[in-house]
Design a protein around this ligand. Structure first.
Ligand code: NAI
Ligand code: MG
Length: 331
């Protein structure tokens, strides 16, 4: 089984090399090929997204990506390589499972999956001047809503989740968000799963005040962006938050965090989000058992009290990995 890794910039290579060690400990038949992207790639090769990287991604079912650093000075020609990949491979669903892994980490006992539309909504980038201001176009199509909801239903089934909540703002955006809500009920009806809907402001509050009522949240691009950062913070922070950008041909797995230039090179990055992203990748590749081991070992390592600095502990990446790999070896 082949998969690509793209370490990227900053702490990207630090957390991805940790995740690769974890992968190698549970999956001997994984053939990992490395590719470049980001600011370092630009400095070495003159392009943020080398053609070879695109070719490799066309060739593999899955990739594990670290993070990239945006250009440090304003460059009008810059196009984010991540956005290019999202578009090129039509990675239409951004999926972020958010679960508090230990009771003394984070603030709220969350266990939700956020399924976010990843191709349209407020992110069309189309803005135009009008007298006295600027108008932003926001696109919601039936097809995007359909495949997003179908993906959320499929995920709920695979993971044995009981309820899907459509998060929208159709009291104000009656036609666009109304379309999303309508499609949601059409595509979830008769699927044997509880379906309800919530306004996005109420959902933001519910993540804090009644998290036990939430399970799978399916939502449009901007709402998903905001709610998933909120949820990640409530459950322990960026160091613990994995994700995947899912298309039909390619799935790109990545920790939610960025390249963290403030701690890069210090050896203190929390590798958990990258390891949990790697576990999601293994499950996607049909290696559910290995994935479960990677996840269980994280929980056990945390329950033994081992913590990186971002989680209030005193372990650097290496020291945490040593504990983690010991625990993994016992499973
Ligand atoms: P960031 O996620 O890199 O960092 C935010 C804060 O969280 C920092 O204080 C950082 O030290 C901390 N942090 C993040 N991950 C951590 C980890 N694994 N362990 C311990 N602490 C961690 O976001 P920021 O600072 O806004 O962006 C830095 C760079 O990353 C920018 O160039 C930004 O454009 C880029 N970025 C890239 C993303 C990607 O490649 N998907 C996503 C978000 C930002
Ligand atoms: Mg974000």
């Amino acid at each position: 089984m082949r998969a690509a890794i793209i370490p990227g910039d900053g702490i990207g290579p630090e957390v991805i090399s940790a995740a690769v060690r974890a992968l190698e400990a549970v999956s001997s038949d994984l053939e990992i090929e490395e590719a470049e992207m980001g600011l370092g790639a630009f400095q070495r090769t003159g392009t943020y997204l080398p053609e070879r990287t695109l070719e490799l991604l066309r060739d593999v079912p899955a990739a594990l990506f670290g993070a990239i650093t945006s250009p440090l000075t304003y460059d009008p020609t810059y196009r984010s390589p991540l956005l290019r990949i999202r578009k090129e491979f039509d990675l239409y669903a951004n999926i972020r499972p958010v679960r508090r892994l230990n009771e003394d980490i984070g603030l709220v006992d969350l266990d939700v999956v956020i399924v976010r539309e990843n191709t349209e909504g407020m992110y069309t980038g189309v803005e135009r001047d009008v007298e006295g201001g600027v108008v932003t176009e926001r696109l919601v199509t039936e097809r995007a809503c359909e495949r997003l909801v179908d993906r959320a239903v499929q995920l709920s089934r695979e993971q044995g989740r009981r309820k899907i909540t459509c998060v929208h703002k159709s009291n104000v955006l009656r036609r666009s968000d109304g379309l999303f809500r309508k499609v949601f009920y059409e595509r979830t009806e008769g699927k044997g799963i509880e379906a309800n809907d919530m306004l996005v402001d109420a959902a933001a509050a519910a993540l804090v005040s009644k998290p036990q009522e939430l399970d799978v949240l399916v939502t449009l691009n901007l709402y998903g962006d905001i709610l998933s950062d909120e949820a990640a913070a409530l459950a322990g922070g960026l160091g613990f938050a994995p994700s995947v950008n899912m298309g039909d041909e390619l799935a790109l797995f990545e920790p939610t965090h960025g390249s963290a230039p403030d701690i890069a090179g210090k050896g203190i990055a929390n590798p958990t989000a990258a390891i949990l992203s790697a576990a999601m990748m293994l499950r996607h590749l049909g290696r559910g058992e290995g994935a479960a081991k990677l996840e269980k070992a994280i929980e056990r390592t945390l329950s033994l009290g081992h913590r990186t600095y971002d989680a209030g502990g005193r372990l650097g990446t290496e020291a945490f990995m040593k504990k983690y790999l010991e625990v993994l070896g016992t499973l």
